[in-house]
Design a protein around this ligand. Structure first.
Ligand SMILES: Cc1ncc(COP(=O)(O)O)c(C=O)c1O
Length: 370
C-alpha cells in the first residue's frame, strides 16, 4: 500500500533529536506554557515574518480565537469558501457567528475576490464582519485582491493557513499577510505535531495580546481573569516536537514540489488535469490534486485496487453538509465547489515517496486512462 502520507518514514531519521527534545520537557516538567512554546513562537515569527505568533491548541481554535480577537460576535456573518475542510466554518459557528459561503475558482480551488464581492452584495445575509480565505492544498488565495475587497467593505480578514504553512504569496509567507493567520499543526500537515496543535499569526499587537489572554482562561495574572477565555493552549511537548521539525520544513516542502513537478511532467497531455499553479503563489503541495472532466470515483477505485491511496478532499461541500442545513443553502448554489467535490482526487506526494512508487502511481493512472 502506498499511503497518502507515511509519518514513520518522516520521523525515523530525526527520531533521536525528537526523543531528546521530549526528554528535556519531561525532565523540566514544564508541561503547560513552558519555554519551548515561547521559543517556537519566536522561531515562527522569524520564519513567517509575522510580528506575533501565539501557540494554541489546534487550527480550529486558532480560527476561533482570531475571530473573537478581531471583534466577531454571535450573529455576525463571516464569509468562507464552500469548498474547504469543515473546521473553517465550524470555528465560525462555534462562537454563534454565521458562516456565509462563497464559491471557489475552478483552477486553484480557492476563494476569489470576484466571488467574494458577489457574496457581499447579496441582499439576504447577516451583517458581515469578516472573511476567511483558505489557502487550500498549500497554494495561496489571491490575497492582494481579496484584501482590496475586504477593505472596501470594512471586513476583517483571517487567512486559514492550516494547509499552507511555508507557502508564499508574492514573496510573503502565508498567514502573515492579513489581520490574522490561523495555522494547524495536525500530525498530517506539512509541519505536524504529535497530536493536536496550532498557532495564530498576526501583525496586530492588540489582537495578539487578546489571543494570549483568550487561550489561557482569560488570565491576566494567575487567578485574575480579565476576559472570558478558554483552555486553548499549545502543549509544551508539542512545541518541543515542532521546534525540531520546523528545521526540516523547507526541505520537506521542496521535496513535495519536486515530486509534484515529476508527476506534472509524466501526466502531461493525458485526459487528467494536473494542479494549476497561480503565478502569485508558491505551492507546498499539502495535497497534490488531479482533476477529471467527470466523476473521479472510478479512478480512485482503480488506484485503491492497485494499493495506492487516493481520496477526494472534500467529497461534500460545506453548504451541503447536514450540520449546516440550518443555513438554508441548496444544491446548485455553488457549482464550482460541487464539481470540485466530485471530480478531483488527491494522490500521494509526501517527501519520502520513492521514484519507483511515483512511477507505479503514474503507470496506474495511465492504465486507467487507457
Ligand atoms: C483548511 C483547514 N482549516 C482548519 C483546519 C483545522 O485544523 P485542526 O485540525 O488543527 O483543528 C484544517 C485541518 O484539519 C484544515 O485543513
Amino acid at each position: 500500500m502506498i499511503p497518502l502520507l507515511d509519518l514513520k518514514k518522516q520521523i525515523a531519521p530525526i527520531r533521536a533529536d525528537i526523543d531528546e527534545a521530549i526528554k528535556k520537557v519531561i525532565d523540566n516538567t514544564n508541561f503547560i506554557l513552558g519555554k519551548e512554546v515561547e521559543e517556537l513562537e519566536g522561531e515562527v515569527t522569524r520564519y513567517t515574518g509575522a510580528k506575533y505568533a501565539i501557540g494554541v491548541s489546534n487550527g480550529t481554535d486558532a480560527i476561533k480565537l482570531a475571530l473573537i480577537a478581531l471583534g466577531v460576535e454571535a450573529g455576525d456573518g463571516v464569509i468562507c469558501p464552500a469548498f474547504t475542510y469543515y473546521a473553517t466554518a465550524g470555528a465560525i459557528a462555534s462562537i454563534g457567528a454565521m458562516p456565509v459561503f462563497t464559491d471557489i475558482d475552478p483552477q486553484t480551488y480557492n476563494m476569489t475576490a470576484h466571488n467574494l464581492e458577489i457574496t457581499i452584495r447579496k441582499k439576504k445575509r447577516p451583517k458581515l464582519k469578516a472573511v476567511i480565505p483558505v489557502h487550500l492544498y498549500g497554494q495561496c488565495a489571491d490575497m492582494g485582491e481579496i484584501l482590496k475587497v475586504a477593505k472596501a467593505y470594512k471586513l476583517r480578514v483571517i487567512e486559514d493557513t492550516a494547509q499552507a504553512f511555508g507557502a508564499e504569496y508574492k514573496g510573503r509567507k502565508a498567514g502573515a499577510i492579513a489581520d490574522c493567520g490561523s495555522v494547524s499543526f495536525f500530525p498530517g500537515k506539512n509541519l505536524g505535531a504529535f497530536g493536536d496543535a496550532g498557532m495564530v499569526l498576526t501583525n496586530n499587537k492588540t489582537a495578539a495580546d487578546k489571543i494570549r489572554l483568550l487561550r489561557n482562561q482569560g488570565n491576566k495574572a494567575k487567578y485574575f481573569h480579565k476576559v472570558l477565555g478558554y483552555n486553548h493552549r499549545l502543549d509544551t511537548l508539542q512545541a518541543a516536537v515542532l521546534k525540531v521539525k520546523l528545521r526540516y520544513l523547507d526541505g520537506w516542502n521542496n521535496k513535495r514540489r519536486e515530486n509534484a513537478e515529476y508527476f506534472n511532467r509524466q501526466l502531461n497531455g493525458l485526459k487528467i488535469k494536473t494542479p494549476f499553479l497561480a503565478p502569485h503563489s508558491s505551492h507546498i503541495y499539502h495535497q497534490y490534486v488531479l482533476r477529471l472532466g467527470a466523476s473521479s470515483a472510478k479512478v480512485i477505485e482503480h488506484l485503491r485496487s492497485k494499493g495506492i491511496d487516493a481520496r477526494i478532499y472534500y467529497p461534500v461541500p460545506l453548504h451541503l453538509q447536514q450540520c449546516f442545513k440550518y443555513l438554508g443553502y441548496k444544491r446548485g448554489d455553488f457549482p464550482e465547489a460541487e464539481k470540485a467535490s466530485s471530480q478531483t482526487l488527491a494522490i500521494p506526494v509526501y517527501p519520502d515517496l520513492t521514484k519507483d512508487e511515483m512511477d507505479y502511481i503514474i503507470a496506474s493512472i495511465k492504465e486507467f486512462l487507457g
